[in-house]
Design a binder for this molecule. Sequence first.
Ligand code: 5GP
Length: 187
Amino acid sequence: MTRGHLFVISAPSGTGKTSLVKALIEKDPTIMLSISTTTREPRAGEVDGKDYFFVKKEDFDKQKDNDEFLEWAFVYGNFYGTSASLVNASINQGKKVLLEIDWQGAFQIKEKYSKNQLTLIFIVPPSLEHLKKRLQERGQDKNNVVLERLALAEEEMEKSTDFDYIIMNDDFDSAVRELHQIVNRSI
Ligand code: 5GP
């Protein structure tokens, strides 16, 4: 059976991970982006089934209890999980699948897939000052949430040493190029 490859991208909130992933997929449309399930409320402009599957906590728990998640975690006050069936179907079809998930999820995935089938990538900001500015400019979250996420970012960055690659998102275009090269090198 043809087997695909799984790419996990993790980063502290505000590092520009979502924009990087979007640009990568424009460069390589054969990459399938896994859509996670979350108990978080949708932000303005987010679409159910496109950005996330937005569910109530009881539905999340049901899916969790039925072992429907490949991994799940509690991140910044909400639950997030990756659907096992969607990912495994794509992998079994030989596709490249990308998971944009936090480090806790990345570590769970690491336990389940062999090294030659999985690449773990961590994105870091040039500095915590940059990160603070980005989080504030993004204007998505209230100031106390920004400060909370900033405090967590330091902790999260310590986990980066367990990833296969670390990319610094200083210059956006070079970060996209680096990401694209890693994807091409890994398959
Ligand atoms: P946000 O709410 O800002 O979209 O995402 C918050 C954090 O949750 C990000 O670090 C994101 O990567 C992570 N996340 C999103 N989906 C999943 C998932 O399915 N599993 C895990 N473990 N983390 C996720």
